[in-house]
Design a protein around this ligand. Structure first.
Ligand code: BG6
Length: 296
């Protein structure tokens, strides 16, 4: 795969060896800078030129084949969370564990667009018995847009759950609030999957939070310490996951620093649980998220 990447380089796109010798693509334009790995089609860094980093990446992240990078935008696909039937299967599917190939690069003054592909193979068919073609389009400019399209290239319908598992940098989770989820029903994964309703205009954080909201709406992270709002828009998505591991879960995760949990919140455009997507042969589905940053 890596032997095809050097020809992609343009003035704003550079292919470089990354951590763990994985292939890294560095993007820059007049509006923002970013980087992604072909491993997992994983966007690991992005920030507008006048802003602090927006994506969070753990100092303890592991960069190696077969392991997901902790931070950035992991792709959860074709299942979100544990495999529905096989406890031995890896959480969040295999899209984030495989090397993708670059389909195209477009460099404009104000944005950079990279398209990556992953298609079914004997290895993926062992894990999930369906033929597919995935396309991920990343557009980094004044905003960051990530769009994952699933094509069913097989002869039978299949059903997926998925998430664009976006780790956002915040200054202090205890002072952060999320707007836009008022009145939405959610599955609380820290309370044995209890179904609750968001009561009040903001979500705040006082403990481990792991909720799958049933909503198609955008939401906004308010960070009074950094003095900014991060707006997370989406389409093709019936769920939004809000996650912070808090103290004990962060300590249990080997690739998550024990002291890093106050500095992140995950806002994930998803299709999980009842929002699972069934795709007929020949059809496709796109889930998209777009992140914008504004001063408070
Ligand atoms: C979130 C899930 O999407 O991802 C959490 O809701 C999970 O339950 C988290 O802990 C991180 O998952 P992983 O597999 O990357 O450690």
């Amino acid at each position: 795969m890596t032997n095809t990447t050097p020809s992609l380089d343009t003035p704003g796109v550079h292919t470089l060896p990354g951590n763990g010798d994985l292939t890294r693509i560095v993007l820059s334009n007049t509006q923002s800078v970013g980087e992604l790995y072909l491993h997992g089609a994983h966007m690991t860094r992005w920030q507008p030129r006048d802003s602090e980093p927006v994506l969070w990446l753990s100092d303890s992240a592991v960069f190696t084949a077969g392991k997901a990078i902790r931070g950035g935008v992991p792709l959860c696909w074709p299942w979100f969370g544990p495999h529905p039937a096989d406890a031995s299967a890896k959480a969040h599917g295999f899209a984030r564990l495989n090397e993708w190939r670059v389909g195209g690069v477009e460099q404009q003054r104000e944005h950079t667009r990279v398209t990556l592909h992953l298609t079914s193979s004997p290895a993926t068919l062992d894990l999930w018995p369906h033929d597919f073609a995935l396309a991920l389009e990343i557009t980094a400019g004044p905003t960051l847009a990530v769009a994952l399209t699933t094509h069913n290239t097989g002869a039978d319908p299949f059903t997926i759950t998925e998430a664009l598992h976006t780790y956002l940098t915040v200054a202090d989770i205890g002072q952060v609030s999320i707007e836009g989820l008022h009145g939405a029903r959610y599955i609380d994964q820290t309370r044995s999957g209890a179904v609750l309703t968001q009561d009040g205009p903001t979500v705040t954080f006082i403990e481990e939070t792991d909720r799958v909201y049933q909503t198609t709406a955008a939401c906004t992270v308010i960070d009074p310490v950094l003095g900014r709002r991060i707006h997370v828009a989406k389409s093709g998505s019936g769920s939004t996951v809000v996650w912070n591991p808090w103290i004990e879960k962060a300590a249990r995760l080997a690739d998550f620093g024990d002291d890093e949990w106050p500095g992140i919140v995950c806002i994930e455009a998803a299709n999980a649980f009842d929002a699972a997507i069934t795709i007929a042969p020949g059809d496709s589905h796109t889930i998209r998220t777009e992140i914008s940053v504004y001063p408070l």
